[in-house]
Design a protein around this ligand. Structure first.
Ligand code: NAD
Length: 334
């Protein structure tokens, strides 16, 4: 029902901010957006939404966040790109407090639907050694050998969702997102991921006239990247479905990091001299999303072309960087 209370945890972040906007567009009238960051740091914030600054590591705050609510989307986590998660394993694992306390509160206050954002980082590392990847299907999470730190936390929290569903009857739903990108997200500061980082580096090269770019790794590592609109659609489809197992929500358009740079160069209309930092964190050699299951269950899969999504992402990051350089306020709130 459109007047049920819907809570977006991590609403000040990239995906959470977009989800709040999307729920508003769909006509939900009682949205609660919760994040630990001061509101001035939220990517998107709406005056007609109940915006709460709460640290969801804390159990009491989770009860406050979920009070009276019907549906919860848990998108709150300490996360970032490879550089961040390789160097902050303990911090990433501490996000287990958020999901644990939210689940306990969800059980006690009687939440009807609980969505958890897991990640492709739960997949067994042995299956991701070859850049010519075999796409990852849901069964590939076991036997478990996830990304150290961040991936273990995600896998544990997935299982916690499963057991709260089985033992306490909470309707939990789990998505394994594969690299999400788009406007209104992190593009600098150390937590940014490859699509946004590439846009920033290319824009910097254009603005400075220094036509060079540093690429982490040898550029041959492969990935797929999902545009935010597809992520939102899949998330809400899954949340309101009867499907109970963790499921991939990701694009299956595989590119190498070199090809990602090609795309951004083409959007910017430049060619840059590339250097490769082989000592930088680069993650697994290859990763793609096997979308057989999501096709079977929903008859749908993320399909926004990388070129199209990157064009929009590039434009937003470009405008932000230009505004920032000119000393203008870069966040506008609705
Ligand atoms: P994000 O960093 O932009 O958003 C996460 C938000 O959670 C941040 O605003 C942060 O302040 C908030 N947060 C962190 N700790 C908190 C706490 N203790 N209490 C309250 N809020 C807290 O990240 P995102 O890209 O929007 O990711 C959202 C979710 O999706 C995360 O769980 C992430 O692990 C998962 N995910 C994202 C991707 C991706 O490519 N972006 C891929 C796989 C999974």
């Amino acid at each position: 029902m459109k007047n049920d209370i819907v809570v977006v945890c991590g609403g000040g972040g990239f995906i959470g901010g977009h989800l709040v906007g999307d729920l508003r567009r769909q006509g939900f009238t009682r949205i609660r957006s919760v994040d630990v960051k001061p509101q001035t740091g939220w990517y998107q914030r709406y005056e007609d939404v109940e915006n709460l600054v709460l640290d969801l590591d804390d159990k009491e705050n989770c009860y406050r966040a979920l009070q009276g609510a019907h549906t919860v989307y848990n998108l709150a986590a300490d996360m970032g790109g490879m550089g961040f998660i390789e160097n902050n394993k303990a911090l990433c694992m501490l996000s287990v407090l958020i999901n644990t306390h939210l689940l306990v509160a969800a059980k006690d206050v009687g939440i009807q639907r609980f969505f958890y954002a897991s990640s492709a980082c739960v997949y067994n590392g042995d299956k991701q050694k070859d850049p010519n990847v075999t796409a990852l299907k849901e069964a590939d999470a076991y036997p478990a050998l996830p990304e150290d730190g961040y991936g273990w936390e995600k896998l544990f929290s997935e299982r916690m969702c499963r057991h709260f569903r089985e033992d306490y009857g909470i309707t939990t739903r789990v998505a394994r997102y594969h690299n999400v990108y788009g406007p209104h997200g992190t593009y600098d500061g150390g937590r940014e991921k490859a699509p946004a980082a590439t846009c920033r580096k290319v824009i910097q090269a254009v603005i400075s006239g220094k036509h060079e770019i540093e690429i982490w790794g040898d550029g041959l590592q492969t990935r797929s990247f999902m545009y935010i609109d597809d992520c939102l659609k899949g998330t809400q489809m899954l949340t309101h479905s009867d499907f109970v197992e963790p499921i991939n929500i990701g694009s299956s358009e595989l590119v190498s990091i070199n090809q990602l740079v090609d795309i951004v160069e083409e959007i910017a209309g430049v060619k840059l001299k590339r250097s490769y930092n082989l000592g930088a964190p680069k993650g697994v050699n290859g990763r793609n999303s096997d979308n057989t299951l999501i096709q079977k269950v929903f008859g749908w899969e993320p399909s926004t072309k990388l070129r199209d999504g990157m064009e929009k992402t590039y434009r937003w990051i470009h405008d932000e960087m230009v505004a920032r350089k000119a000393g203008k306020a870069v966040r506008s709130y609705h």
